[in-house]
Write a protein of this length. Structure first.
Length: 185
C-alpha cells in the first residue's frame, strides 16, 4: 500500500479534527509532499474496538482524490455510521483503524447463481451489487464471518431487500480486490 502509515494517520487525524473541533490536516502540504494522493481511488475506512466492528464507511467507485476520500469516510465511519453512536474520545483512544484501497470494479456476466458463483473467489474478492436505486458491497474480509458463497451472497442481497432465490435479470454484480492495512491505537 502506498505509504500505509501516512494513509492511516490521515484517517486518524480526520477523526481527531472532529473530536477536538480543530483543523489539523493541511491538505496542501500533504498533496505537495505526496501528489499521488490527488489521484481518485475508492477506499473503505473500518473502525474496530476490541476486535468488534465500531463503524465503517467507504465507496466502491472513486468519488474524489484519495486524500479527500479518506478524510470523508473516516469521519463518517466514526461519527455517522447509523449502526452506532458517534465515537467518543475514550473510544477513539482504543480504536483500531483499517484502511482498504479498492481495485476498479469488474463487471460479471452471469445467467444463474451457479455461473455467478464460478466467477467469485471467496476470501479474495469483494462483491458489489446494484439493483434499481439500491446497492450493497461486502469487502473480502466479510468472507471470514460468512464463509460459504451462499451465506455471503444471501446476506449481501438481503442488504438491498433481495433473495438469491429470485435474482432479477437486471441485478448488476461486480467484484473487486483490496489492499488493506491496519494500525493500532
Amino acid at each position: 500500500m502506498m505509504s500505509a502509515p501516512l494513509l492511516l494517520q490521515i484517517a486518524r487525524d480526520s477523526i481527531v479534527e472532529v473530536l477536538e473541533a480543530n483543523r489539523i490536516i493541511n491538505k496542501a502540504d500533504i498533496l505537495h509532499a505526496h501528489p499521488i494522493l490527488n489521484e481518485p481511488l475508492a477506499c473503505f475506512v473500518t473502525l474496530y474496538l476490541e476486535d468488534e466492528l465500531r463503524g465503517a464507511s467507504g465507496c466502491v467507485r472513486p468519488e474524489s482524490s484519495l486524500l479527500d476520500t479518506i478524510i470523508h469516510h473516516a469521519k463518517i465511519a466514526a461519527f455517522q455510521d447509523p449502526r452506532f453512536t458517534p465515537l467518543s474520545t475514550s473510544e477513539y483512544l482504543h480504536v483500531q483503524i483499517e484502511l482498504s484501497l479498492l481495485t476498479p470494479l469488474h463487471h460479471l456476466t452471469y445467467s444463474t447463481l451457479s455461473t455467478l458463483k464460478e466467477q467469485i473467489t471467496p476470501m479474495q474478492d469483494g462483491v458489489y451489487v446494484q439493483h434499481a436505486q439500491k446497492e450493497s458491497a461486502f469487502l473480502p474480509q466479510v468472507w471470514q464471518q460468512l464463509e460459504s458463497f451462499e451465506s455471503f451472497f444471501t446476506y449481501l442481497l438481503k442488504e438491498i431487500d433481495l433473495s438469491p432465490d429470485a435474482l432479477p435479470a437486471d441485478l448488476q454484480v461486480y467484484t473487486f480486490q483490496i489492499e488493506k492495512e491496519q494500525d493500532e491505537p
